[in-house]
Design a protein around this ligand. Structure first.
Ligand SMILES: O=C(O)CCC(=O)C(=O)O
Ligand SMILES: [Fe+2]
Length: 318
């Protein structure tokens, strides 16, 4: 018997004003595709040729993957460096003359700041010759700004399902993308390792291995050039580039600055209070190791119940 996975569409909302975004969409904290927002002349200008000639020759760190699905568990990709212009050339074609591993390898850039270890990405600062082409919608206050990240990838490349801790607008500049999102409330159904889901194939999921995935609701959308996807903090997302893809995403803080880890570079370190709680729980679980199995099971269940009772939102409490 085949299982029909319940899918939903992310709503597409056209010509949304700043106040509609802030008063309605942002308040709901659900993802939305915003179509018709002015993100500047980049949508017309950023062809591969233009980006290669204007984007400069700075070295960028990239993921190189032999297959379309980057798999963080089996680490089927490697980190390498290329000049930005060379990266653009390679991403925009499917068979390479120069390559690291194989002719049909795929590339993915997630830009970093000037100091690759602790520099927070800011596209306009790192690619000044492209800065005027991009208009970041003024949906948030400047003091909430965290980073802006260049995302350039080969056709077909898929980025694993993960969450980030900042609010996000993903501006699709060139190419099309299929994005699948899951609510933070589906966290227990996604087989998480840290911020990533172990389920790699969402098109043909292995429900025998991941039976609880059936309980999750995937939200689908197809991004076109010029579209802006609002991804609220903690919403899981899985992204496939359908063709050569150029995007910029902006992370901004939803919570007060004091809630975030001040060593976060990528916008994905859990808020301070949450990582503290996770550490305490890990210590608590370790302390149960001193007990025989059936006692550990019993106190483990009590712990889970206590956490559910005290933290879950009312409609999810059992
Ligand atoms: O579009 C992509 O390549 C990935 C987007 C993403 O993960 C993000 O904006 O947080
Ligand atoms: Fe992300």
């Amino acid at each position: 018997m085949s299982f029909e996975w319940m899918k939903r569409d992310v709503p597409v909302i056209t010509d949304v004003s700043k106040s509609e975004f802030l008063d309605v969409i942002y308040q709901k904290r659900n993802p939305a595709v915003l179509r018709g927002v002015d993100i500047g002349p980049c949508v017309e200008k950023w062809t591969a040729e233009y980006l290669a000639s204007q984007g400069g020759d700075r070295e960028v760190k990239i993921h190189v993957s032999p297959g379309a699905k980057m798999d963080f568990i089996n680490k089927n990709y490697a980190y390498r460096s290329l000049q930005f212009c060379e990266l653009i050339h390679r991403c925009s074609k499917e068979i390479q003359d120069d390559f690291f591993f194989q002719k049909d390898e795929l590339y993915y850039l997630r830009s970093l700041g000037d100091d690759p270890r602790k520099g927070i990405a800011d596209v306009k600062a790192q690619f000044p010759s492209l800065a005027d082409d991009l208009k970041i919608p003024d949906f948030f206050n400047q003091d909430q700004f965290f980073s802006s990240v260049f995302r350039v990838g080969s056709a077909n490349l898929q980025l694993w399902t993960h969450y980030d801790v900042m609010d996000n607008i993903l501006m699709q500049v060139r190419g099309h993308k299929r994005v699948i999102l899951f609510s933070p409330r589906d966290a227990n159904h996604l087989y998480l390792t840290g911020d990533k889901s172990a389920v790699m194939d969402l098109d043909n999921p292995d429900f025998e291995k991941y039976p609880d995935l059936k309980l999750a609701t995937p939200y689908h959308c197809l991004l076109e050039p010029g579209d802006v996807l609002f991804i609220p903090a903690l919403w899981f997302h899985n992204v496939v580039s359908l063709d050569f893809s150029v995007a910029v995403n902006v992370f901004w803080r939803h919570l007060d600055i004091s809630c975030y880890d001040n060593k976060d570079t990528y916008g994905n370190k859990d808020p301070v209070a949450a990582s503290k709680a996770l550490q305490i729980i890990q210590r608590g679980v370790k302390s149960l190791e001193d007990l025989p199995d059936e006692y550990r099971d019993f106190y483990g269940r009590r712990l889970v119940r206590e956490i559910e009772k005290k933290t879950y939102l009312v409609d999810d409490k059992r």
